[in-house]
Design a protein around this ligand. Structure first.
Ligand code: ADP
Ligand code: MG
Length: 253
């Protein structure tokens, strides 16, 4: 179980007091073992920052992070990785100079994994990819799926996937959703998926809504799915435009 208790994160940025920007405010979150959480909310709301705080990329300026009751607030990325915490970036790095099979081998370490299965689980055909060098010939969606496969290979305690749907085709998306669905059983992992997709929201044991650097609500998927239906029928963005004085802006919904 991972707990974030009253976590604030302030970073050096271009705006705010003394050039600092507070990206997270008083985050309280408990991630229970083997559950699926979907984190959603507007762009710039703080979802990736929560993921980075979990991974030890951003460090709390206030509050604590506990893993199975142990304080890991001051632990860095590699220590957290060793403890079984992993993060698939919204924009993954390119791991230059590695073949796909080498990356998966490195990720798996001593875990006994079948590389073909891993690639199939993310919607990639193994024989087309295993021998390929990871370089700029990969599309964003391919790169994301290879990174996700490397996270699956690690057999983690807690895995965070940041907008895994970005840049992938419908068939692969379907396969990936099924993989997340099966992951608890197959890999025994607590999963956090940052996503805006209804198909992913349907997998959630709980949905975490993040906006303005705060968790605004932790709720059920049923409630969120109802809200989505409501948003489809009423045009809330038009209301927002009108309130902002931009009365002539057409609603895009
Ligand atoms: N390293 C950083 N430096 C400055 N500002 C940042 C940094 N990381 C995130 N932010 C700011 O924090 C806010 C939340 O960003 P992010 O967590 O990426 O949102 P989301 O993933 O929900 O779209 C944004 O306003 C973003 O500009
Ligand atoms: Mg993000």
């Amino acid at each position: 179980m991972l707990e974030m208790i009253n976590v604030d994160v302030t970073l050096d940025g271009d705006s705010g007091d003394n050039g600092q920007v507070q990206v997270l405010k008083n985050i309280n979150l408990t991630l229970e073992n083997k559950k699926i959480y979907v984190m959603t909310g507007p762009n710039g709301g703080g979802k990736s920052s929560i993921a980075k705080a979990i991974m030890g990329i951003y460090h709390p300026t206030k509050g604590k992070i506990l893993l199975d009751g142990k304080d890991i607030t001051d632990k860095g990325i590699s220590e957290r990785a060793q403890l079984g915490v992993g993060y698939a970036f919204q924009q993954p790095p390119r791991f230059k100079g590695l073949k796909v099979k080498e990356l998966l081998k490195l990720a798996a370490g001593s875990n006994d994994v079948n590389q073909c299965d891993l690639l199939y689980d993310v919607g990639l055909c193994a024989q087309d990819y295993l021998e390929r060098d990871i370089n700029s010939s990969f599309s964003g969606g391919e790169l994301k799926r290879i990174e996700i496969a490397s996270i699956l290979a690690r057999n983690l305690k807690i895995a965070v996937f940041d907008e895994p749907e970005a840049g992938i085709d419908l068939w692969s998306f379907q396969r990936l959703s099924e993989t997340f669905e099966n992951m608890n059983e197959k890999y025994d992992t607590t999963i956090v998926i940052i996503s805006h997709q209804e198909r992913i929201l349907r997998l959630a044991d709980q949905v975490i809504l993040v906006a303005n650097g705060e968790i605004s609500e932790i709720t059920s998927k049923q409630k969120i799915l109802k809200d989505i239906e409501r948003l489809d029928s009423e045009c809330l963005c038009k209301e927002d435009c009108n309130r902002g004085g931009r009365v002539n802006v057409e609603c895009s919904r």
